[in-house]
Design a binder for this molecule. Structure first.
Ligand code: UDP
Length: 274
């Protein structure tokens, strides 16, 4: 793999990684570990936007499955993401990393509302911006929130840190013939309904040509490796060759994706926002 030369990325962490080894909630020790990874990545000069899920606390679908009104349950899920964002802000700031939390549900006692231009300024000043409450509407997830913020903040990639080390042709826990893709294109992910992100999030990234990088955040030092184009990961992007079908029991050299290009921000635009 070559150096992808990212300048600005959106890092999406699913809520469950904040649990560490626990079955529920937030493990402050593990959140500090994650914050160290983010700090190390930032020290390479990257601008970092963060989106954290809420599945370690509450998911709307789970509430709805037990008879709750779906929209009501989703709002609870969004509030869970704000708690996780505050936990991550605390951990980062204890390590000396300046941050701001911006929530799609306004909560001015604890964080800022989402204001794109203000977020832009925070990034320019070297702050990590944590976007909470997804898109701020029910029937979505934080994957969609991550894709939306990655698009509006013009991120070079959406880096998704999960408990698995990439995208597989089937669930590797239950299907021994499952193979991991190195690269795959958006439409194959959608057509095969590969459970990596919501379809709406994948489609938003496709339409805005934002590569999605899926990797395991549980391995120490992996984020830094992935940001350098090394380490185990799957990159979802635009195909440059015909889509190949995955052979069984072999790593798949799936469709090549467009090389990620860093977007240089025009100086005039920067000055206007200052
Ligand atoms: N949620 C929502 N709209 C959003 C983002 C999140 O309704 O824009 C709710 C939804 O109920 C979701 C929950 O918040 O299940 C937690 O987010 P998510 O499931 O994406 O967390 P993750 O799986 O990444 O931990």
């Amino acid at each position: 793999m070559t150096d992808p030369n990212y300048k600005r990325v959106l890092l999406k962490l699913s809520g469950e990684v904040l649990m560490g080894e626990q079955a529920f909630g937030i493990d402050p020790g593990f959140v500090t570990e994650l914050a160290r990874e983010v700090k190390a990545a930032k020290e390479t000069g990257l601008e970092i936007c963060l989106v954290i899920g809420g599945g370690n606390i509450f998911r709307g679908m789970a509430g709805a499955a037990k008879g709750m009104d779906r929209a009501q349950a989703d709002y609870m899920g969004m509030l869970a993401t704000v708690m996780n964002a505050l936990a991550m802000q605390n951990a980062l700031e204890q390590l000396g990393v300046p941050t701001r939390v911006q929530s799609a549900i306004e909560m001015d006692k604890v964080c800022e509302p989402v204001i794109r231009r203000r977020a832009e300024r925070h990034l320019e000043k070297g702050r990590v911006v944590i976007f909470a409450a997804g898109v701020g509407a029910p029937y979505f997830t934080t994957d969609s929130g991550a894709a939306l913020r990655a698009a509006e903040m013009k991120c070079d990639a959406l880096i998704k840190g999960t408990s698995v080390d990439g995208i597989y042709s089937a669930d590797p826990k239950t299907d021994p013939s499952a193979v991991r893709y190195d690269t795959i294109d958006y439409d194959t992910v959608l057509a095969q309904n590969l459970k990596v992100m919501d379809a709406s999030a994948v489609a938003l990234c496709r339409d805005n040509k934002i590569p999605i990088v899926v990797f395991s955040i549980r391995e120490r030092g992996n984020l830094a490796r992935v940001l350098q184009g090394k380490g185990t990961q799957t990159i979802v992007g635009t195909p440059t060759v015909k889509v190949a079908t995955a052979p069984k029991k072999k790593a798949v050299k799936a469709p090549k994706v467009e090389k990620t290009k860093a977007v240089k921000k025009p100086k005039a635009a920067k000055a206007a926002q200052a």
